[in-house]
Design a protein around this ligand. Structure first.
Ligand code: KIV
Length: 267
């Protein structure tokens, strides 16, 4: 089997309109990042979803710049081929374009990642432009924006304001974003946005018509609790049950004396 080529920003953008969809998964640690890279995924997002799936917090709001840099540096050491993109956490870019460039610059310098992602678009157009002007590739994020959880009054609300979503996508493209995540919008609206833009749209809960798809890896692997089951989420594995069962077997075998046996002991 021929090895897939190293994914770069120009190749990622050029995939728009090609014959296959782009793929993206989140990763936060070395071993998972290594496995996803080997799977052939195009892009790995060190998402601030780490606040929820790794840190066990109720939202992405508490994630800090130092924390995301810590995880992104680990991920980048594992990844040989996929494009690594890192979320700028809440309040590390909203204050001013200068704040965004300084913090995104730290991410690229200290982790080896190729790009950053920020939530917002029309409201962040100056910031996207400042990042692009500083040669920091930036992905925008429109539709449901998890960092706006307090303003929205909760997660998971489908965004149906079509003129706002289209305006957001166009503003991102005009300001210099190389791609845009589209979260929780009706599939027809995502299709309209995808057709209106020259840059790739990457959907999550936005139907099949985007140029690519992203899922939070802990969700698609079935590690997070099954209580979290939005309509868009497909669980490709049930690692939570498998890991719990394996740990239970280990506990039982140690308690009963079945482990370690001769096969697992030095003589
Ligand atoms: O933080 C994250 O994992 C994300 C994805 C849901 C796109 O932003």
């Amino acid at each position: 089997m021929t090895q897939p080529r190293q994914m770069t920003i120009p190749r990622f953008v050029a995939a728009k309109g090609g014959d296959r969809k782009l793929t993206m998964l989140t990763a936060y640690e070395y071993s998972w990042a290594e496995m996803f890279d080997e799977s052939g995924v195009d892009s790995i997002l060190v998402g601030d979803s780490l606040g929820m799936v790794v840190q066990g917090k109720g939202s992405t709001i508490p994630v800090t710049l130092d924390q995301i840099i810590y995880h992104a540096e680990i991920v980048c050491r594992a990844v040989k081929r996929a494009l690594v993109i890192v979320d700028l956490p809440f309040m590390t870019y909203e204050v001013s374009p200068e704040q965004a460039v300084t913090n995104a610059g730290r991410i690229l310098k200290e982790t080896g990642a190729a790009a950053v992602k920020i939530e917002g678009s029309v409201n962040q157009a100056r910031t996207i432009q400042a990042l692009a002007d500083a040669d920091i590739p930036v992905m925008a994020h429109v539709g449901m924006r998890p960092q706006s959880v307090n303003k929205l009054g909760g997660h998971g609300r489908i965004q149906r304001d079509s003129s706002q979503i289209i305006a957001d996508g166009k503003a991102a493209e005009q300001a210099g974003a190389f791609s845009v995540v589209v979260e929780l919008v009706p599939q027809q609206l995502a299709a309209e946005l995808t057709a209106a833009l020259a840059i790739p749209t990457i959907g999550i809960g936005a139907g099949p018509h985007c140029d690519g798809q992203v899922l939070v890896s802990y969700d698609m692997l079935g590690i997070t609790s099954s209580d979290f089951s939005p309509k868009f989420l497909k669980r490709y594995a049930d690692l939570r049950s498998q890991a719990t069962a394996a740990a239970r077997s280990y506990v039982e075998e140690v308690q009963s004396g079945a482990f370690p046996d001769d096969e697992h002991s030095h003589s």
